[in-house]
Structure formats: C-alpha cells, structure tokens
Design a protein. Sequence first.
Length: 170
Amino acid sequence: MPQPMIWFFVSIAFSLIAWGIVTARSVWPKLRIRPRADALRPLLMLHSFRFLGLALLVPGVVSPDLPPAFAHAAAYGDIVAAILALISLLLLPGAAGVATAWIFNIWGSVDLLNVFYQAGHAGLQAGQLGAAFFLPTLVVPLLLITHGVGFRILLQPQPEPAMQESRRFA
C-alpha cells in the first residue's frame, strides 16, 4: 500500500475516534433524554448538508482521474440522503416522519458503506479526491457515527402519549 494511502486511512481512523469521543461526551448525553422527534432533528439537520457530496462531480475540485463510477455513486447517494433527511424533518413528529427517518437512516448508512466499497473496488487513490479530501477524512466518520446514534434513537422505546393512556382506562 502506498504511503499516502496509509496517511489517508490514519486520518479516517483519527476522525472516527475524535468524533466518537465528541458524540459520547457531548452529543449523546443531550439527545438520549429528548423525545424521539426532538432527538432526531439535529441529526437530520446535519445530514441535510450531504449535498456536499456533489463536489465529487465538479471538475477542478477533484482530479480528472477520479473514477467516474465512484464519483457518481458517492454524489448521487449523498443527494438522495440529503433529500430524505429534509423530508424527515418536514414530517416529524408524526408517524410518517419517523418512518421516513428509518428509510433515511438505512439508506444513508448503506450509501456510506457502499462508497467505501466503491472506492476500494475502483482503486481510488487519496490524491484523486483533490479538494474533496476532507469529505472521507472529516465528514464521513461523523456521518457514520450519527447514523449509529440515529438507529439507537429510533430503537428506543417511546412512552405512550397521555391520550392513549386515558383511552385504555375508559
């Protein structure tokens, strides 16, 4: 493995560790006590910026040698994830919003994992990313971690609303 690729993977590993610490100490303690919709909103707002993946399609931002299959998979997967995050934000706190948040979280997670696979399959070299180098080294680790947090929030049992409780006793 060429040395620049080692530094690329070290950067991704450090980013995962750093974002993991930030999330565990600062983000999760605040989100875990909120109702589901309120806890999901900040995560969905963050992911609404996934349109940044379109930078992989801009000549001059990335190397002309960037494999097109990788660039298209990453860019279009990200824009779909951003749209799903925005739709979820609009539909929360209703059941449709929670369902869309599930769809978003599954799509977004699979998309990020697919991009890592596509990068390896295409033989991506770190230098081919050009100015977009910060996406997989800084942004993608944060997005992966927040998808994990999103799944944890979605899987948490929710208290029954007061109206449903009062109907049970009637």
